[in-house]
Design a protein around this ligand. Structure first.
Ligand code: ZN
Length: 50
């Protein structure tokens, strides 16, 4: 399902944002690392091709 943009604050994660809650990459972000918005990051490749 499409959701408002979110990203991970974990510096080990790629600098991308996600727009699907079931993105294979985005769904691995634990709640404590998840923030709303894009933070100026490009869209994740998995989200972009959907
Ligand atoms: Zn994604």
């Amino acid at each position: 399902m499409k959701v408002p943009a979110y990203y991970s604050i974990n510096p080990d994660d790629p600098d991308v944002h996600h727009v699907y809650d079931d993105c294979v990459s985005g769904k691995q972000i634990p709640p404590q690392n998840k923030r709303s918005g894009t933070n100026g990051y490009r869209m994740c490749e998995h989200c972009a091709e959907r």
